[in-house]
Write a protein that binds this ligand. Structure first.
Ligand code: SAH
Length: 258
């Protein structure tokens, strides 16, 4: 089948407790034309409860990809929106669902794979998980009762994206598959960016940057900076080269000091 704009979106459910919600989410995305579901460390899956609530969206469940952590869930994507009812300790841009849908579609139009990331029913997305997203999307619910059921949050987002795609189609501005692009010149995907952060963290240790302070805050700030920059693979390669040189110098300095 010819690729459709809908193939550019992946719904990622993180540490879902209730299998029924997985089924309802599958139904929610299927009704809106999507079919890609990724499950990060689900409590139970496959499960009859999921199948029952999917109400026939069995193909979505059958093709669901199960991974261990959110980094695995984002693999192959270059743009991620994290859904959260509450503002977390992570200082990333906050969008409403409509703005989120517009940005997600803009990324898809550039040929990118987009992840829409949803948290656990009780605890939501951890800071660490949200910090891997380019922006947070908050559905504007009331302050004193802000948390929607997981699959209903999925429905709202899927609806917003579909509505925006339909409006585009009506204006005869379809999401075009991009022309041949140099793979070095597209934004690096989540795994490549993650490898860079690991290397950056190691290098900061090697050059004794933290001087006894906790690395957590600075790493979150650096993460935000680089996610905002959306580096290309070629640019990451240069940064890796710089880090490798810094590590080599630190190693030489240590040896001299011995
Ligand atoms: N107590 C949790 C709520 C979890 S609800 C918290 O405060 O984060 C399960 C998931 O549904 C959330 O992690 C989020 O991805 C989504 N969700 C629920 N209500 C939402 C809202 N108002 N805006 C954005 N996402 C929401």
């Amino acid at each position: 089948m010819a690729p459709t704009p809908y193939d550019h979106f992946r719904f990622v459910l993180v540490r879902t407790s209730h299998s029924g919600n997985i089924g309802s989410a599958a139904r929610a995305i299927r009704t809106m034309g999507f079919d890609r579901l990724t499950l990060v460390a689900p409590n139970r899956f496959p499960d009859p409860e999921a199948t029952a609530l999917a109400a026939g969206a069995d193909d979505v469940l059958a093709n669901a990809v199960v991974v261990d952590d959110v980094v695995g869930g984002l693999a192959g994507t270059t743009f991620a929106l994290g859904l959260s009812a509450r503002r977390r300790g992570v200082n990333i841009p906050e969008l409403d669902p409509r703005e989120g849908a517009a940005q997600a579609i803009a990324a898809a139009r550039r040929g990118e794979q987009v992840a829409l990331v949803f948290g656990n029913e009780r605890t939501g997305l951890e800071n660490d998980e949200l910090s891997r997203c380019h922006a947070m999307v908050r559905i504007p619910s009331v302050d004193d009762f802000s948390s929607l059921n997981l699959s209903q949050a999925v429905q709202v987002v899927a609806y917003e994206i579909r509505t925006a795609l339909l409006a585009e189609q009506a204006q005869a501005a379809p999401v075009a598959e991009p022309a041949e692009v140099d793979p070095d010149e597209v934004p690096a995907d989540a795994e490549q960016v993650e490898r860079f952060f690991t290397h950056l963290g190691e290098t900061l240790d090697d050059i004794e940057f933290h001087k006894g302070r906790s690395p957590t805050t600075i790493m979150l700030k650096l993460r935000k900076l680089f996610l905002r920059a959306r580096p290309e693979l070629r640019e990451l390669r240069i940064l890796h080269g710089i880090l490798a040189d810094a590590q080599r110098m630190a190693d030489m300095a240590h040896k001299k000091g011995d």
